[in-house]
Write a protein that binds this ligand. Structure first.
Ligand SMILES: [Zn+2]
Length: 98
């Protein structure tokens, strides 16, 4: 099992819990949103093949990476309405946030 940590309160989340409970995505930027259950701060993740990064979102298509996690079995595909993710060959789709 692989985890992501909230940068604010350090609560740890299995990546599959984040994929299952995301608060939407920005497919064009490969970004996923997730609210930390403990501190309620928004965790923003930038997704790439084999890598998931917690970011500080500054402006459209402009962010700094706070922490990068290498997940060998992670992959993504973007379509206009969904960010599609695969982790350990299981498919997750996160709808675009309006
Ligand atoms: Zn937190």
């Amino acid at each position: 099992m692989e985890y992501i940590f909230c940068e604010n309160c350090k609560t740890k989340y299995p990546i599959i819990d984040i994929l299952d409970n995301a608060n939407g995505s920005s497919p064009g930027e490969s970004i996923l949103f997730f609210e930390c259950k403990k501190c309620k701060k928004q965790i923003i993740l930038y997704l790439e093949k084999n890598r998931v990064s917690v970011i500080n979102y500054l402006a459209e298509s402009n962010w700094e990476i706070l922490k990068a996690y290498v997940f060998q079995t992670f992959d993504i595909r973007v379509d206009p309405e969904y960010l599609h993710c695969w982790y350990n060959n299981k498919h997750y789709e996160v709808k675009k946030r309006n």
